[in-house]
Design a protein around this ligand. Structure first.
Ligand SMILES: [Cu+2]
Length: 174
């Protein structure tokens, strides 16, 4: 039985393993025991996490969050040493242009549901990079949930070119 109280260290290790697993698929990660008393962070598994490479200014964290718990949870914030500030962003169409904005109230993830963070859609914005992020680097982002629990995600930095127009338009709209 997995303890319902996953330690931050274990969460970090799990996230790192999942990040390394990438798109390999295969066996799904072990799902933490469902419990109404479980911390939100202990119910979440993160897969395919990555951060877009950048020299300065803004970039973003992407990936998939799965809620293996029995209750809905809310991703409410994020922070990282790699940037002055991190915000939860959604992308919306406004007058035919895609713009992004802070997601009011955070992202709710239903029991058994998932939250996809991807370019041109929901993402964790990293603002005011404290230094260049190059492909091959690793960034640790601490996700926080509305119950106060936190989960460290270790994400590799990747060069990203696709869908840049849409993504950069969003940046300009900040
Ligand atoms: Cu954004």
């Amino acid at each position: 039985m997995r303890s319902t109280a996953m330690t931050p260290a274990l969460g970090t290790a799990l996230a790192a393993v999942l990040a390394l697993a990438g798109c390999a698929g295969g066996q799904p990660a072990e799902t933490p025991a469902a419990s109404a008393h479980a911390e939100a962070a202990a119910s979440v598994t993160v897969s395919d996490a990555w951060v877009k490479a950048g020299d300065d200014g803004m970039t973003a964290l992407f990936g998939m969050l799965d809620n293996g718990g029995a209750t809905s949870i809310t991703l409410s914030g994020a922070e990282t040493d790699a940037a002055d500030m991190a915000e939860l962003h959604e992308t919306v169409e406004s007058d035919g242009a895609m713009t992004m904005r802070e997601k009011e109230g955070g992202f709710e993830i239903a029991a058994g549901g998932h939250l996809m963070l991807e370019p041109g859609a929901n993402h964790v914005m990293l603002m005011g990079l404290t230094g260049p992020l190059r492909a091959g680097d690793e960034v640790t982002v601490t996700l926080s949930f509305s119950d106060g629990s936190t989960l460290d995600v270790v994400a590799p930095v990747k060069d990203y070119q696709g869908a840049n127009e849409e993504y950069d338009e969003g940046h300009e709209a900040h």
